[in-house]
Design a protein around this ligand. Structure first.
Ligand code: NDP
Ligand code: BG6
Length: 513
């Protein structure tokens, strides 16, 4: 971690990282990987990180010598950590009979160390324990910061001074939120870089690890039929839709400080937008891809107040069940104006996308759960079948839908003739339905990202200049919303969200899909 003693006499990480990774993948058994989950007593660790590590172990993707340490202030023995963790491990990859044995084996490699986040002494004790398990020649260390952001720097400082690897790599996975605006994000980056090089920092956006988000580039760049159409010439609008059918229950305290624009739009949806709209990268190398993402983000217009609608869910009773309002949560400030819903129109001012509205919609406590990318194509010029569509010509245009989750699918809406003697047209879907096409379960995003971090693959992690470019787009708007105390439009829990979202789309001749 510490730049000065990173490699204990070996060449520095920055210059030697790729050689080191290559050597490690050729001879994995020559290195121990110690994974420390900081904040192991928390929700994310239990729900996502330990299950993902187990899935990787189950699939034989972890190096031969690995150890997992939980670190947090809570007092726990190794056995108690194992009990806590075992509740969320599942053999969901397949149901082979050796699942329980594998779980036992995995849990034996999990340990716990209780300590304060700002105590170098406590991290030094962790270091001693890690060393006891580092049996191979090289010791590599991965720290996963699964803790609230206000303690990121304390942890990085103590870990760098007292628990970094002396002869291998040390990497740190940082969870969002990466600040609240341009200034706080820049300050976080600056502070992290006091103790880490950029290539030691793995900023996670778990949406980048989702199968269909990764597939976006494959779809675009390995199919001749899509890429030539991927521009203002053929695409009328693009919609990025995120909805959850539950509220912020249990996370209200965190959420009230951030709101849905920071929680979902500025990161998850914007990352999808960047991958969707970037130019062809020179190669699949992490830097080439991230260079293109930065370029397209920098070609975007910062969001303006007239291009956003904000909402907040209110209580609603349905089928005899009373659903709470956002502000009923005791951890939410009274009279909070924090949006739980937002719809926005964004524009990319470059030759490819000039004038094409990219509409984003993100909301909690809506009628359904799902994430989709919808690409609506232009009308067919001089359409010979115009009269078969009646007055609603928009209904005749092609639409490509990428359903990121749940029930992953990609389908293209086309027009076809209804079989028979007459000439009547129909709308049908050319459909790739993942569950029908592939029998194997899709890995969780955290599995892919953890494996990438262990292997030093940075393609799916956010570089600091990407982060800066993302905040530039949202910071002025967020400030204006807060300064002007813009009241969110209330919508009932379990509804489709505020009607304002429809007016916003209509302003750009768009109908939400
Ligand atoms: P938690 O609130 O559960 O915190 C994790 C652990 O950090 C706790 O168990 C606690 O451990 C310690 N902790 C909590 N609050 C404080 C505090 N104020 N000061 C010092 N230590 C504290 O967080 P999550 O597990 O939900 O999330 C971890 C990180 O991941 C956060 O940055 C979050 O924003 C992010 N994240 C979470 C998601 C989720 O689904 N939960 C999704 C995406 C991102 P102890 O008291 O034992 O030290
Ligand atoms: C997190 C947000 O980043 O993503 C949560 O903080 C949200 O508010 C979650 O619920 C959604 O992730 P997924 O993978 O369940 O769609």
């Amino acid at each position: 971690l510490s730049k000065k003693h990173e490699n204990g006499g070996l060449p520095t990480v920055r210059s030697d990282e790729s050689k080191l990774s290559a050597a490690i993948s050729i001879s994995r058994e020559a290195a121990t990987v110690s994974i420390t989950v900081v904040g192991a007593s928390g929700d994310l660790a239990r729900k996502k990180i330990f299950p993902a590590l187990f899935a990787l172990f189950y699939e034989d993707c972890l190096p031969e010598h690995f150890t997992i340490f939980g670190y947090a202030r809570s007092k726990m023995t190794d056995a108690e950590l194992r009990t806590l963790v075992s509740k969320t491990l599942t053999c969901r990859i397949d149901k082979r009979e050796n699942c329980n044995d594998k779980m036992e084996e995995f849990l034996k490699r999990c340990f716990y160390h209780s300590g304060q986040y700002d105590s170098e002494e406590n991290f030094s004790d962790l270091d001693k324990k890690l060393k006891e398990h580092e049996v191979a020649k090289i010791s590599n260390r991965l720290f996963y910061l699964s803790i609230p952001p206000n303690i990121f720097i304390d942890v990085v400082k103590c870990a760098s001074r007292s628990a970094s690897s002396s002869n291998g790599w040390t990497r740190v996975i940082v969870e969002k939120p990466f600040g609240r605006d341009s200034e706080s994000s820049a300050a976080l980056t600056r502070n992290l870089k006091q103790y880490l090089d950029e290539d030691q920092i793995f900023r996670i956006d778990h949406y980048l690890g989702k199968e269909l988000v990764e597939n976006l580039s494959v779809l675009r760049f390995s199919n001749l039929v899509f890429e030539p159409l991927w521009s203002r010439q053929y695409i009328r609008n693009v919609q990025l839709i995120f909805s959850e059918d539950f509220g912020t229950e249990g996370r209200g305290g965190y959420f009230d400080h951030y709101g849905v624009i920071r929680d979902i739009m500025q990161n998850h949806l914007l990352q999808i937008l960047a991958l969707f709209s970037m130019e062809t990268p020179v190669s699949l190398d992490a830097e080439d891809i991230r260079n293109e993402k930065v370029k397209v983000l920098r070609s975007m217009r910062p969001l303006q107040l007239e291009n956003i609608v904000v909402g907040q869910y209110k209580s609603h009773t349905k089928g005899g069940v009373a659903y709470p309002a956002y502000v009923d949560d005791k951890t939410v400030a009274k009279g909070s104006l924090t949006p739980t819903f937002a719809a926005a129109a964004l524009f990319i001012d470059n030759a490819r996308w000039d004038g094409v509205p990219f509409l984003m919609k993100a909301g909690k406590a809506l009628h359904t759960r799902g994430t989709e990318i919808r690409v609506q194509f232009r009308h067919v010029p001089g359409n010979l079948y115009k009269r078969n569509f009646g007055t609603d010509l928009d209904r005749s245009t092609n639409e490509l839908v990428i359903r990121v989750q749940p029930d992953e699918a990609i389908y293209l809406k086309i027009n076809n003739k209804i079989p028979g003697l007459g000439m009547r047209l129909d709308r049908s879907n050319l459909h790739l339905h993942y569950a029908a096409r592939y029998s194997k379960e899709i890995p969780d995003a955290y599995e892919r990202l953890l494996l990438d971090a262990i292997e030093g693959e940075r393609r799916l992690f956010i570089r600091s200049d990407e982060l800066d470019a993302a905040w530039v787009l949202f910071t002025p708007l967020l400030r204006e919303l807060e300064d002007k105390k813009i009241a969110p439009e209330l919508y009932p829990y379990g509804s489709r969200g505020p009607v304002g979202a429809h007016y916003l789309a209509a302003k750009y001749n768009v109908r939400w899909g």
